[in-house]
Design a protein around this ligand. Structure first.
Ligand SMILES: NC(=O)c1ccc[n+]([C@@H]2O[C@H](COP(=O)([O-])OP(=O)(O)OC[C@H]3O[C@@H](n4cnc5c(N)ncnc54)[C@H](O)[C@@H]3O)[C@@H](O)[C@H]2O)c1
Length: 261
């Protein structure tokens, strides 16, 4: 899967799944546009890719801010002359129920996870149209399809990303713009490390996460990046409006039955 001459914008590209996606795309010849609000991590990845001869730019952006996203996408277009794919991996995890979630907490999660994805689509689709088509890949979660306790706002945002993706897929299908969603299970990223650090015994969180996936382990970021890259690439030219789980079998399993091995 070569991306030679193609320009891909990746939000949340500095760390975790977004970073792995940027690295995969770079290895396959893409111009990589890293959008992230973590300047240190973004500059570090930008420098590494530059040293490897990759055409890349980093833009410090809060994805919840439409004008900032639009400005960054316009500068990327000016730099590379085209935009072919949009990848949304920026996201945050917060905890709370219907009664414990504050309005501020709700807005924070929805603004970053859901509005952030809409913002990139809104800013980027005109440039995909200019190319006669393109692809959008939104990284959602298994929590788009099922949920756990105490993750209300996150779950709402991830369910919402499926609706956003399907709506975009329908609205732009005739313009050859495809939109798909990836729903990962647990992935070994800074987000997971932060979540585990909230527990007095972080290792127990890793152990539980490994055990709950039928494959017996959590994913490495590149395992999700590969699915994202496939859906961004023209190899998946007849795939649109779809929701891809990359979850080690997590949502295939009916709970409550002990492991037999
Ligand atoms: N790690 C997991 O287990 C897991 C599982 C399922 C889904 N996901 C989803 O995958 C996506 C990536 O997760 P990850 O684990 O790589 O997370 P991560 O925290 O490791 O990386 C997320 C990146 O997004 C950036 N970011 C966050 N908010 C931003 C904002 N407002 N503006 C710009 N950049 C912002 C961060 O700086 C970081 O570089 C998220 O949407 C997450 O919800 C993660």
């Amino acid at each position: 899967m070569k991306f030679d001459g193609k320009t891909v914008v990746v939000t949340g590209g500095a760390l975790g799944i977004g970073r792995a996606t940027c690295e995969i795309l770079a290895e396959r010849g893409a111009n990589v546009v890293i959008l992230d609000w973590d300047e240190t991590a973004g500059e570090e990845l930008w420098g590494k890719l530059k040293n490897e001869g990759v055409s890349t730019i980093f833009e410090k952006v809060n994805v919840a801010d439409f004008e900032a996203v639009k400005g960054a996408v316009e500068r990327a277009h000016k730099t590379f002359g085209s935009i072919n794919s949009l990848v949304v991996s920026a996201g945050i995890q917060r905890y709370g129920t219907a009664t414990s979630t504050t309005e501020e907490g709700w807005n924070e999660v929805l603004d970053v996870n859901l509005k952030g994805a809409w913002n990139l689509a809104k800013a980027g689709i005109p440039f995909l149209q200019e190319q006669g088509g393109g692809s959008i890949v939104n990284v959602s979660s298994v929590q788009a399809l099922a949920t756990q306790q105490n993750v209300l706002a996150y779950t709402v945002s991830k369910h919402g990303m499926v609706g956003l993706t399907r709506s975009i897929a329908m609205d732009y299908a005739r313009q050859n713009i495809r939109a798909n969603c990836v729903c990962p299970g647990t992935v070994d990223t800074p987000m997971l490390r932060w979540a585990a650090s909230l527990d007095p015994n972080p290792q127990s969180v890793y152990d539980a996460c490994n055990a709950m996936h039928p494959l017996g382990r959590i994913a490495q970021p590149r395992e999700i990046g590969e699915v994202v890259a496939f859906l961004a690439h023209e190899s998946s030219s007849f795939v649109t409006g779809s929701v891809w789980t990359a979850d080690g079998g997590l949502l295939t399993q009916i709970g409550g039955v002990p492991q037999t091995d």
